[in-house]
Design a protein around this ligand. Structure first.
Ligand SMILES: [Zn+2]
Length: 178
């Protein structure tokens, strides 16, 4: 028996971006088809085409940390789509402040931005009808954070989008350090 699409509350697609091939995630609520880009470091035409192909309306941009490959073009994309940016933790402000110079170094359009909302441990992020818990996990940068679904079946971190348990109807997930 196959499951109806509505029984899969969350879906995701992995889209490698920038010369560093960082894994940007497109995640969306299947009931509302509203989604978010997690760490849209660059290659914006590629990202927008993916959302269009999936039929997802982008509601917001989520940023796990301030490295150039994860958020160099987040501010540009937010402006183009007219959506807010949530995250990372404010301790990564110094990384965001240097996005332009880091972008020149790595060949990525980099523009500093101010998130509409900094994220802290214990915060919650909504997407369509879904709610995610935010955890502060400093290490990769001072602000590295990730979110999980309430049943902890999905996780987004600074380095990966992965499924801890079976989540039907999802695109292949990958793990990579950056
Ligand atoms: Zn990083």
């Amino acid at each position: 028996m196959s499951e109806a699409p509505s029984s899969q509350p969350l879906r995701a697609a992995i889209i490698p971006v920038t010369p560093l091939q960082q894994n940007c995630s497109l995640i969306w609520c299947t009931r509302t088809m509203r989604g978010a880009f997690v760490d849209p470091g660059g290659d914006l035409p590629k990202l927008k085409a993916a959302a269009e192909q999936m039929g997802v309306t982008i509601e917001k941009i989520l940023v796990t940390h301030g490295h150039i490959d994860h958020c160099g073009s987040a501010g540009i994309l937010a402006e183009e789509l007219g959506v807010p940016i949530e995250g990372p933790h404010e301790e990564d402000l110094f990384w965001i402040a240097r996005l332009h110079e880091d972008g020149q170094k790595y060949g990525v359009p980099g523009r500093p931005f101010t998130p509409d909302r900094w994220l802290e441990d214990g915060d919650q992020v909504t997407l369509g009808e879904l709610t995610f818990d935010v955890r502060h996990c400093p290490g990769h940068t001072p602000a590295m954070s990730f979110s999980t679904t309430p049943n902890r079946s999905w996780r987004w971190s600074a380095t990966s989008c992965s499924r801890a348990r079976s989540a039907a109807g999802t695109s292949p997930a990958a793990t990579r350090s950056s």
